[in-house]
Design a protein around this ligand. Structure first.
Ligand code: 3PY
Ligand code: MG
Length: 249
């Protein structure tokens, strides 16, 4: 019911791309990506404007995931109500913040999510309890690790039940490690390795919001990373150019 969840559990790699309210969502969701990441922290999109684009993923491969602007119950509730099948929260620095995130993502009695009826694509259920249990099980809960404080609390954060992916904010992490945007710095790579090792021990998938310049997807996968986004524009342009050239010569 959630291909990303199944992929990660099987030790595979989930590759997604960024999408927004004005993206060609149906096209992107059928292009082979495992998930589409709708960002509301660093984009002009408001969470409540994402209902239509998220609905456009229904029946298609890619799972819609929304990044909210802050770790707040209202923001997480709005994103879930748009039909998100995964929630990303930025700057989760402590175990308590991670516990709150999980609590606001899950229906009772695993959490405190408020009900407004089924939203999104979760399948058919005998009754509402079965639906809520399925969503609690299938929803991707993805806190972001972006600060030194979060690095110091890494194991505590990872011990919180219900976390599927621990997602690095590549630029914020580099800034907070005082190696701003220096993605080749040994200190940066040491942090990536520490996070990957801690995730492996905890049975949580390590992820990167985007693949930083100068680091290849293969390098990330070799480090154990299982979840990241890649830009799609170059591939689309090349494919369309080839298609048009095949007709016009
Ligand atoms: C970061 O690089 O810090 C992110 O959160 C990606 O937007
Ligand atoms: Mg960030």
């Amino acid at each position: 019911m959630n291909v990303v969840k199944d992929l990660l559990k099987a030790g595979g790699t989930a590759v997604g791309t960024s999408a927004g309210a004005n993206s060609e969502v149906a096209f992107l969701a059928d292009s082979g990506f495992d998930f589409l990441l709708f960002d509301t922290q660093h984009s002009p999109d408001e969470i409540k404007s994402l209902g239509r684009p998220v609905a456009a993923t229904r029946g298609r491969k890619a799972v819609p995931i929304i990044r909210v602007g802050d770790n707040r119950p209202d923001q997480i509730c709005y994103a879930l109500d748009q039909g998100a099948r995964g929630i990303i929260v930025p700057m989760v620095n402590t175990a308590e913040e991670a516990r709150n995130m999980v609590k606001w993502c899950k229906y009772p009695f695993e959490g405190e999510r408020s009900s407004s009826g089924p939203h999104g694509e979760w399948g058919e259920f005998k009754n509402y309890r079965e639906y809520m249990d399925a969503v609690n099980e299938q929803l991707l809960v993805i806190p972001m690790i972006e600060t030194v404080e979060a690095m110091e609390n890494l194991e505590d954060i990872l011990s919180v039940p219900g976390i599927d992916v621990l997602l690095i904010g590549p630029s914020d992490l580099s800034i907070n490690l005082d190696v701003a945007l220096d993605y080749q710095n040994p200190k940066y790579h040491a942090a990536l390795d520490t996070i990957a090792a801690a995730c492996k021990k905890a049975g949580v998938a390590p992820g990167m919001f985007f693949v930083p310049p100068g680091i290849s997807p293969a390098e990330l996968i070799a480090k154990g990373y299982q979840f990241f986004t890649l830009p799609w524009g170059g591939w689309a342009t090349e494919g369309i150019r080839n298609g048009v050239a095949s007709i016009k010569g």
